[in-house]
Design a protein around this ligand. Structure first.
Ligand SMILES: Cc1cc2nc3c(=O)[nH]c(=O)nc-3n(C[C@H](O)[C@H](O)[C@H](O)COP(=O)(O)OP(=O)(O)OC[C@H]3O[C@@H](n4cnc5c(N)ncnc54)[C@H](O)[C@@H]3O)c2cc1C
Length: 347
């Protein structure tokens, strides 16, 4: 089988949080093409994953802006630059090649060949919170799942779905009637999911088409080397055994530094050390912006990350085209920048 050819680009941005997205814009203004990769299935980083509905009050000139709204606005702003976007793919490898270019690879097998790299990995790559009971790890991907890749695989089986947010409720509703049985286990009586989903779930439980247990999974029952059930402990320490062949744990995601720590870049307190002239790491050609970096006086604010993106873009341009003269242009008056933005030339 022939290897998939690597995508050639001037810059790869690792992380599509607000800062990585703005880096697309700053590179685009300088006439540079890029590819942006994120391990999440969608852009937005912490804004989308952790607090989409919360208002942000410290974005310049936007007195108040919802976190998801900010991401939507950034996506609109970068539209003219047609960046290649790769979601649901963690960048697992980054290597400097002979000749000075960088080879990157994602967990999904996408290969990229770049003149420079901007790491905008925030607090790290979001990973599912795992089921912390003995034996769970052994069955991960087999009978213990943190995401549903192919819904049909679960049809006709006894399912235990754990969690109290939208994912848990959505899957419980989706599989009700398709799985042989669905038991929803959540540690509290209150759910964090959409009220309509909770109401529907309670209806199905009342009519006996779905089971609901308040409690936490204490252990898995293993029979003949396979998961055959789980013991659920209630708050009063009483236990019940649920028969199931598949456990879907929807406990949400949490960020973990992940592969970034293995790329030979200087780290200080789990952050990448950079200069403040162009936010370059200890490897020339690799830049780090946003929450992932550290320098004297660093503040983990979106505003600071936007500034870092602007200076890193100039750093990238100089690294890829060292001969090119750099000068500052204003979007208001620069014909070339307005052409890149796809707006009318200045009067
Ligand atoms: C509840 C809350 C409220 C906040 N309120 C404010 C506020 O009011 N104002 C403010 O300025 N800031 C606020 N912040 C902080 C702000 O959200 C962060 O500063 C900002 O998200 C940083 O952006 P980023 O792009 O650097 O990183 P992130 O938003 O963390 O995005 C990084 C992205 O990189 C991806 N990634 C990491 N490693 C890899 C890899 N190896 N491969 C592929 N993808 C990878 C991650 O999946 C993630 O999507 C708040 C944070 C929280 C949690």
């Amino acid at each position: 089988m022939r290897a998939v050819p690597a995508i050639q680009t001037e810059c790869v941005i690792i992380g599509a949080g607000p800062v990585g997205l703005f880096a697309v814009f700053e590179l685009g203004l300088l006439g540079m093409k890029c590819e942006i990769v994120d391990s999440l299935a969608h852009p937005g980083g912490q804004c989308t994953e952790l607090y989409p509905d919360k208002p942000i009050y410290d974005i310049p000139a936007l007195p108040v802006c919802g976190a998801q709204e900010l991401v939507d606005r950034l996506l609109k702003q970068i539209e003219p630059f047609h960046a290649g976007m790769h979601f649901g793919q963690e960048v697992v490898a980054l290597e400097l090649q002979a000749g000075g270019r960088f080879a990157l690879e994602t967990a999904a097998g996408t290969r990229l060949d770049a003149g420079s790299v901007i790491i905008a990995a925030g607090l790290g790559s979001f990973q599912p919170r795992r089921l912390m009971v003995p034996e769970a790890e052994r069955f991960e991907g087999g009978q213990v799942h943190y995401r549903v890749r192919s819904a049909r695989d679960f049809h006709g089986q006894d399912l235990l779905i754990a969690g109290g947010g939208d994912s848990a409720l959505d899957w419980a509703l989706e599989f009700c009637g398709k799985a042989r049985s669905v038991t929803l286990v959540h540690r509290r009586a209150e759910f964090r999911a959409a009220p309509a989903s909770v109401a529907r779930m309670l209806e199905l439980v009342a009519s006996g088409r779905m089971h609901h247990l308040e409690g936490t999974i204490q252990s898995l029952a293993i029979e003949d080397g396979r998961v055959a059930g789980a013991t659920v402990a209630a708050r009063d320490k009483s236990t019940s055994v649920v028969r199931c062949q598949q456990v879907i744990a929807c406990f949400g995601l949490h960020p973990k530094l992940g592969p970034v720590a293995n790329w030979g870049l200087a780290l200080e307190k789990k952050s990448l050390a950079v200069d403040t002239e162009k936010f370059q790491t200890t490897v020339p050609g690799i830049f780090a912006i946003g929450d992932i970096n550290t320098y004297p006086g660093k503040k983990k604010l979106i505003l600071s990350g936007f500034h870092e993106a602007a200076l890193a873009a100039f750093g990238v341009q100089h690294h890829v085209y060292p001969e090119k003269r750099q000068y500052l242009q204003y979007t208001t008056t620069s014909p070339i920048m307005r052409e890149r933005l796809g707006v009318a030339p200045p009067d």
